[in-house]
Every structure is written in structure tokens, then in C-alpha cells.
Design a protein around this ligand. Structure first.
Ligand SMILES: [Fe+2]
Ligand SMILES: [Fe+2]
Length: 200
């Protein structure tokens, strides 16, 4: 190997730099969304103690870099058409994360997309297509991401929606049509109470 080849960064290093560049773009475009994914990462680690899940949580909304700033900052509920545009961040997230998968981030796009793959309680369905149904890790990641994501949105609010109390957030999630894991939801409530006591 020549000295010039030795100086080349590895594909893993390039992929990592790419992911961090995406994160920085989102920080600039929407600090609020950047705070959201940081909190979701911290919640996810607190309930799972799994650094990989925390990493996936941090990137679950990377596709928001493709959403117009005026929608990210809208201080009102989005219209039906705007919601359709906003929903595209899931597809964008998948596309971004797929780009780094061959370079040390295997499975990242699938794990991150599970955050948005909601199933309603009344739907008796296999949560994932057949080939993935036997992957308990993926199912667990999905449960963690969905509970942490939704809990964070409720207790911290959105630009157009004030935050609710921890008790209201727990009740809202448990009464929701989405099948959130009750144990995780209650654990998130406990974690948030401890965080608030530390700040007070
Ligand atoms: Fe999202
Ligand atoms: Fe999110």
C-alpha cells in the first residue's frame, strides 16, 4: 500500500462523517427537531441500555432535512397537504440511512423506519412483513422508538402544541389507538419524573 492510499479515509469513516453532516444540517434547519431527536436518543438509552438503539433513535428523523423549513417551524397544526409532505420524512430517512448501510451501519434504515411503522390496537396483523416477523430485536427497537418518540412529543410539545403533564402523556399513550407498550410508557414516565426532580 502506498502512503497516499494509507491517507485515504475508510468508507466507514466517510459514512460516519455523512451521518454527522446530516445531523448538523437538521440542527441548523430546525433546532427544535434536533433537540427532539437528542431527547428521544436519551430516553431510548435509558429504557433499553442499548447503545445501538440509542444511535438509531438519534437518526430516526434524519429525513427531516428534506422537509421545507416553513413546515418544520409552522406554529399551527399542519394542513392535510402539509402533513403529507411532512410524512415524507420517513421515506427520506430510509433513503439517507440506506446510503451508509453497506459501510458499517447494517440494518440502520430498517431499524429507524420502525419508529414510524405504527399499528393500531384493533389491527391483528403481523407487525412486519413475513421475512422479518421472527426478529425480536427489530420488534423491540420498534416498541422503544415509538414509545420514546411519542412520549417526547407529548411532554415537550411541538411548536404549535403546548406540552402536557407526565400523567397526561402516559394516559394519552395508553388510551391511544396505537399499540404502545405499557411497561415502556410507564418507565418513561418514571424517567421523566426523575429528570424533573434533578432540574428542580
Ligand atoms: Fe418522525
Ligand atoms: Fe421523531
Amino acid at each position: 500500500m502506498t502512503s497516499s492510499q494509507e491517507a485515504l479515509p475508510s468508507l466507514y469513516h466517510i459514512a460516519t462523517t455523512f451521518l454527522s453532516a446530516c445531523s448538523r444540517v437538521l440542527n441548523i434547519k430546525s433546532p427544535e427537531h434536533a433537540f427532539h431527536r437528542t431527547r428521544v436518543r436519551d430516553f431510548a438509552y435509558a429504557v433499553s441500555r442499548d447503545p445501538r438503539i440509542a444511535f438509531v433513535a438519534f437518526h430516526h428523523d434524519d429525513g427531516k432535512i428534506g422537509i421545507p423549513v416553513k413546515l418544520l417551524h409552522a406554529k399551527r397544526p399542519l394542513t392535510e397537504d402539509e402533513r403529507k409532505v411532512m410524512k415524507k420524512h420517513n421515506e427520506y430517512t430510509r433513503n439517507i440511512l440506506r446510503m451508509v448501510e453497506p459501510h458499517g451501519y447494517s440494518g440502520l434504515s430498517t431499524l429507524a423506519a420502525s419508529a414510524h411503522d405504527y399499528r393500531r390496537k384493533e389491527q391483528v396483523v403481523i407487525p412486519f412483513p413475513d421475512r422479518r416477523q421472527n426478529n425480536p430485536y427489530l420488534l423491540y427497537v420498534k416498541e422503544v422508538l415509538q414509545a420514546c418518540d411519542a412520549f417526547d412529543v407529548l411532554v415537550h410539545g411541538r411548536v404549535y402544541q403546548p406540552p402536557v403533564s407526565i400523567e397526561e402523556a402516559i394516559a394519552t399513550l395508553l388510551e391511544s389507538e396505537v399499540n404502545f407498550d405499557e411497561g415502556l410508557v410507564r418507565e418513561l414516565g418514571d424517567i421523566k419524573r426523575v429528570q424533573r426532580r434533578k432540574v428542580a
